[in-house]
Design a protein around this ligand. Sequence first.
Ligand code: NAD
Length: 490
Amino acid sequence: METGKMFIGGEWVASSSGETREVINPYDASVICHVAEGTAEDAEHAIAAAKKAFYEDGWGDTPAYERAALLRSFADEMEANVEKLAKAETLNTGKALIESEYDVYDSANILRYYAGIVTQPTGQTYDLNDPAVHAMTVREPLGVCALIVAWNFPISLAIWKLAPALAAGNAIILKPSEITPLSAILMTEMMEKVGFPKGVVNLVMGAGVTVGNALASSLDVDKVAFTGGIVTGRKIMCAASSNVKGISLELGGKSPNIIFADADFDTAVDYGLYGMFYNQGEVCSAGSRILVEDAIYDRYLEKLIEGAKKIKIGNGFEEGVKMGPVISKQHMEKVLKYIEIGKEEGATVALGGYRMTEPEYEKGYFIAPTIFTDTTPEMRIVQEEIFGPVVVIQKFHGEEEAIQLANNTTYGLAAGIFTSDNAKALRVVKKIRAGITWINTYGPVYPEAPWGGYKQSGIGRELGTYGLDDYTEVKQININTNVCPTGWFE
Ligand code: NAD
């Protein structure tokens, strides 16, 4: 792996400052390797290379079939190297290896999905009130797209962006999170190998305030696609105003998982755990507020605690482990701080609530699965995204209160509803202000279906045809078949 270098204009290059950054394994805080720490100047070089590839070297005019073939080859390459990629992901994030493997296969499917739809019919034609004019639309790539992503799913988040961006014919600059660059380096090597032309794919690593900001504020970037926190999202919106570039923002959430008394009980408990503790709770769509109907509240809580106690926590490489450490020391401290805030606010810690310090965990950033009860809607632990293995339980009575509580945050990313009454499920889902909803399931992501949030969970949609549309411009073409002067000024 070219760990000391970035990929700009088809070459692996060191940072212009010569600086590197340590990459840490969150399982035991050891240093895995050092990677190039890019600068704003490196970002400028990558933008220039992408611009050249798109405007001068013809990538923007490449037939869709050629782009699709490259995406398919890349998908094959990912699958052929599943072990290598998944191991790098688990080493860098601490997540269970089985999750990393799943992300590789899922990403290959997304690449193939976009390879498929990009050759499908597109555009519209119009029956105008002027029969002499033939009007139609075509979709064209935007140009240069900067893709800035978070650390929680480094492979998937990058692929969700680069697959539609490249399928649509854009040139890209990928900026992974500075703390999880390893899988991005491997994927870039694969894209180089399968033959994406020089400058079409660029990789710049480094801090958000330097590299990220240079990309978001550049006058030569046509779109910035971002996944990360709300505070950064606001900064990106401001930076993007420099040239009124396109933006898509996939931000955080505080998603409700609503459990009605008539739900299939065991399924609802299982998805309460899965929706919350998958990937240590470091999931933007985590069901981090479980709303339980009063009639089953005590029984549900008891089973949830019982289930959470059984989660196998440890080294992501160990067979059977389903929960690893949180991503970094800094993030662990943030999550622990929220646990303290919850206690100070008067909520009850029904389970966990501490850093795990037994010999197996002492070097890493492990937090015990934590369940808060006796919460009130205005508490910070109920309103703010914690992004770790901490869930708050809210009790409700009846549909109306469930809807009211569910919508009572500034976020609107996802929601789950568990009930055996289909009519009720549909009534409730229609009142929920969230972009992704699940009935009697929680968490699955489908390449075909759009992903994105209402309210402060973001702008735009990824995946599906909506995801491809977001990487294109729409051009109106009008053809006059009655070629003669207007005579307007005569
Ligand atoms: P973050 O906002 O700190 O960082 C995300 C990326 O932005 C990183 O690459 C970082 O270097 C870069 N960045 C930071 N400051 C920047 C700036 N001023 N200008 C440009 N780029 C900058 O987020 P994080 O801590 O890495 O990730 C956690 C957040 O991501 C959570 O809030 C989570 O909900 C969100 N997330 C959302 C989704 C979704 O699909 N909605 C998916 C995953 C994660």
